[in-house]
Ligand binder design. Structure first.
Ligand code: SAH
Length: 367
């Protein structure tokens, strides 16, 4: 039993079953026992691997995208570069290295890292120690100082807690986490339906409500529409009217039971891009995409970038670069090319940006 397991049982015994949203929030963000609070979950020895940890190409291309976004914004000085959930700081380190192509950008930029985990903040501090920019850490997006901004979020939104509702003959009933007769954590349903959800649905359908993700997107969209800038949201997700159960746990790179080891496995929900895009539009922002991660990276020139890196690599290094390229862009179930999507939210007047529609390939500029 994990320490959080015991605490959860106590809460449920005292207050009754809790929502999936609260369960997820406690498992990931409990100040002492939360999954992200006390560990570095990435890499072969951890529970999962993310795109920036697969290859430097990912962060570099996002760096070039950032320079284009800044140019499209007419190069405001200062400009804030905000990353939500920066993990080990790898994406930001690769991004800033590529951004040195425009010294004026490096001079103008102020970096804000929005991170709740003390362990990962420390990793970020170490990784970015030599970066020639000012860096501040924030608990939440609302703490980022005013001004035009470029916001990057890779595998951040899938970690934000969501509610779940199951269609019954009484209506949509909220899924709860309670205790089974033998005292184990178990899913159940609220007896009374929740009002105000869309009609329709078939018995057993699951509807997810990403409240925290919508709140964050609303804050980003309102800020960008008012003060200028662009945000790049990259995540595992779908773009369509969605019902379906996507709440899942990952432990040591395989799927796990989300109730089995609370606080010791990563919990995620797939990102509902259509819902986030619609919310951002309502607040006056412009939407670009979503496009598949593969299409996005190819449009930025990942193939050319890989070929350039391979030219000065040993044969085993060149093979590893090829493998990373496939993993980041392949549309099949083994690659991230279609499963991961990229959405850009911007000021309404910001022009077309690379990676979306007919914008130019920018990788040629990197040495
Ligand atoms: N972007 C990184 C890490 C993704 S994992 C990468 O691609 O490798 C999710 C990250 O979000 C972690 O850094 C985690 O600590 C952070 N995080 C999770 N929930 C958060 C929240 N509510 N507020 C701020 N950061 C959060």
């Amino acid at each position: 039993m994990t320490a959080l397991d015991e605490e959860l049982r106590g809460i449920i015994a005292a207050e009754g079953p809790i929502t999936v949203e609260r369960y997820m929030a406690l498992c990931l963000g409990h100040p002492v026992h939360g999954y992200y609070m006390g560990r570095d979950p990435f890499g072969a020895a951890g529970d999962f691997t993310t795109a920036p940890e697969i290859s430097q190409m990912f962060g570099e291309l996002i760096g070039l995208w950032t320079l284009e976004a800044w140019a499209g914004m007419r190069e405001p000085r200062p400009v804030r570069l905000v990353e939500l959930g920066p993990g080990r700081g790898t994406l930001m380190a690769d991004l800033l290295r590529a951004a040195r192509l425009r010294p004026a950008f490096v001079d103008a930029v102020e970096v804000d890292l929005v991170e709740t985990s003390p362990v990962l903040r420390e990793r970020q501090r170490e990784k970015l120690a030599g970066a020639p920019v000012r860096i501040g850490w924030r608990e939440r997006f609302s703490e980022v100082p005013d001004g035009p901004a470029i916001v990057i979020a890779n595998e951040f939104f899938d970690a934000l807690p969501a509610r779940q509702f199951v269609r019954t003959d009484r209506g949509w009933c909220e899924r709860l986490v309670g205790l089974s007769l033998d005292g184990e954590l178990a899913f159940g349903l609220a007896p009374a339906p929740t009002q105000g959800l869309p009609p329709g649905g078939r018995a057993g359908d699951v509807l997810e409500w990403p409240g925290a993700a919508l709140e964050t997107v609303n804050a980003i969209a309102a800020r960008l529409a008012a003060l200028g800038g662009a945000a790049l949201v990259i995540d595992y997700g779908y773009n369509g009217p969605g019902t379906g159960e996507t709440f899942q746990a990952m432990k040591r790179h395989v799927h796990a039971d989300p109730l089995a080891t609370p606080g010791a496995a990563d919990l995620t929900v797939h990102v509902d891009f259509a819902k986030l895009a619609a919310a951002a539009k309502t607040l006056g922002a412009r939407i670009h995409g979503p496009v598949g991660q593969g299409a996005f990276l190819r449009a930025l020139g990942i193939r050319e970038r890989a070929a350039r890196l391979q030219r000065r690599a040993t044969p085993p290094q060149a093979a590893a670069i090829e493998q990373a390229l496939v993993r980041l862009t392949d549309p099949g179930p083994r690659g991230m090319g279609d499963l991961f999507k990229v959405l850009c939210i911007s000021h309404p007047h910001l022009r077309e940006l690379p990676g979306f529609a007919r914008a130019p390939n920018v990788a040629e500029s990197l040495a």
